[in-house]
Design a protein around this ligand. Structure first.
Ligand code: GDP
Ligand code: MG
Length: 370
């Protein structure tokens, strides 16, 4: 039986511009104005995805909505992460065309118009605003940042298998189908959402680049954190081997190996240096190594959801408990194997593997609630 049609209210958006924000209050109004001017003739909407910025960006976006209902806001609590913000913003849209750009006006809305026209002329499925094709530029970056960007671009071909001059760009537009066909394969780690999409999309997706010059930030400051390099490596690792082993587990295991180093350092200072008993030294080393592992995992493995303040203390307590049970399981399994004719190194390794997987899986669930 056919359903009665809904009464049409408002024109549907043809294009959703997704803008991830963290402390961009001072830039939003001007961004809206410039989009309005640049996208004249398009039915557009702006989806601001704000990670609960302390400067009140989300509340400001809602204020702008009262004057211009094309401006919407998705506010995320207790989360950080540019890629995941962009993905969730795009998933909150129903428009056939999507674009992603920064909220600080370093990406010129006039270039966005060119990108949309390219999509509408059916010349491509994904259009990248590139700083590295003829006519584009990074603006006034220092030589170190240019060098890092160049190395990262070179590395990216490991996962994209395509010649793209600027796969690290945060400025691009695409057809919804491109996102729909790869969204379940996205890593959503770190800052490089375009690279994630290109690496996950089919070779048949047509990609072109249009030049643009990276502008000056209007107000506020860059959030480019010290974690970018680490998060970039996690993304590459996830794209290369994530299908076989969770990349977070690899990070967790690598940090665990560093923890062994910390353990020996503390033990040798306490036992050999200060002259405490072995049992006391070993206990102190164990407690410190677990705290070290917790802190580093909290910063790196779980950088998008790092625990702070009271939640940090509660997390540390749960991590002690989990690792304690893991150690008992380790001793139990390895002793059992050793008692059943397994050679001692193999028995020991099996115990370590077992407790690592336990510590990772249970702390992911209870300590970081990943
Ligand atoms: N939602 C969200 N947006 C972010 C986060 N980090 C950065 N952004 C936004 O992403 C865009 C690019 O970040 P920006 O600091 O300008 O990086 P830069 O241009 O490379 O210096 C800006 O609009 C930021 O506000 C984050 O953790 N969450
Ligand atoms: Mg910026």
């Amino acid at each position: 039986m056919s359903q009665p049609a809904l009464t049409a209210v408002g024109a549907p958006a043809q294009i959703s511009v997704v803008v991830p924000t963290y402390n961009e209050r001072g830039n939003l109004l001007e961004l809206t104005r410039r989009l309005d001017a640049a996208l004249e003739g398009f039915a557009w909407e702006l989806i601001v995805v704000d990670d609960d910025s302390p400067d009140g960006t989300a509340a400001h976006a809602r204020d702008i909505y009262t004057q211009d209902t094309r401006v919407r806001c998705l506010r995320r609590i207790g989360r950080r992460g540019l890629s995941s913000a962009c993905i969730e913003g795009m998933l909150a849209s129903s428009a056939p065309l999507l674009a992603v750009m920064d909220g600080d006006l370093q990406h010129d809305p006039a270039v966005l118009r060119t990108m949309l026209l390219t999509l509408l002329r059916e010349e491509a499925d994904l259009v990248i605003g590139s700083r590295y094709v003829a006519g584009g530029s990074v603006g006034d970056w220092n030589s170190q940042r240019v060098m890092i960007s160049r190395v990262a671009t070179r590395l990216s071909t490991l996962v994209t298998h395509r010649e793209i001059s600027d796969p690290m760009s945060g400025f691009f537009a695409l057809r919804r189908e491109v996102l729909d066909s790869c969204v379940k394969d996205l890593s959503s780690l770190g800052f490089k959402i375009l690279l994630d999409i290109v690496a996950s999309s089919k070779p048949s997706v047509r990609i072109t680049e249009v030049p643009f010059t990276f502008g000056e930030r209007l107000t506020g400051e860059s959030k480019l954190s010290t974690n970018v390099v680490w998060e970039y490596l996690l993304l590459l690792a996830d794209k290369l081997v994530g299908r076989y082993v969770p990349v977070r587990f690899l990070a967790f295991a690598a940090i665990g190996a560093l923890g062994v180093g910390v353990h020996f350092l503390v033990l040798s200072i306490a036992f050999k240096g200060v002259g405490l008993s072995f049992a006391v030294g070993q206990s102190a080393a164990t407690l410190i190594a677990i705290a070290f592992n917790f802190s580093v995992n909290n910063l790196l493995t779980y950088s998008g959801q790092s625990l702070r303040g009271k939640r940090w203390l509660r997390g540390l307590a749960s991590f002690y408990l989990i690792c304690g049970i893991g150690a008992l399981a380790n001793i139990g399994i390895s002793s059992y194997l050793f008692g059943n004719e397994t050679s001692w190194p193999v028995a020991a390794l099996a115990g370590i593997a077992m407790s690592s997987v336990w510590n990772y899986a249970v702390s992911a669930r209870y300590t970081w609630k990943a």
